[in-house]
Design a protein around this ligand. Sequence first.
Ligand code: ZN
Length: 151
Amino acid sequence: MLRWFDILRFAHYSNPEPPRRLEQAEEAWAAQLTPAQFRVMRGKATEPPYRNAYCRTYESGIYACVGCGSWLFDSSTKYHAISGWPSFTQPYAKNAMKYSLDASHHMQRIEAQCNVCDAHLGHVFPDGPVPSGLRYCMNSESLLQVTSENS
Ligand SMILES: [Zn+2]
């Protein structure tokens, strides 16, 4: 289980090795993604709170990266954080994401990106529920829920 110490270590020193890599030109991403997905995933924008696909949904399944299909979260780690964005306590795998320091918007935050295609996913905060204490605050635009049957 990842804890805040691990996230800080990843962001400050070195991230876990990705299971694979997918890199393509920004023009290719623009063609593949919707404009809203592109703004969030490649432009690091934040979607509006509450008015997003997965803020209030709790069906069981896997959440995959819209960009590359990598599995990012299991629904068993999703919880209601009253933030307006889908929130999770753990990634699907330790190396599913990479982390970096984000000082934009006059805040000190830890950004989470897909470790395979570098898509911006959201931010991680140390105010989640026990036992991990982590809150992965994610953009629905970056996620696609896939059911266990289809995965
Ligand atoms: Zn990805």
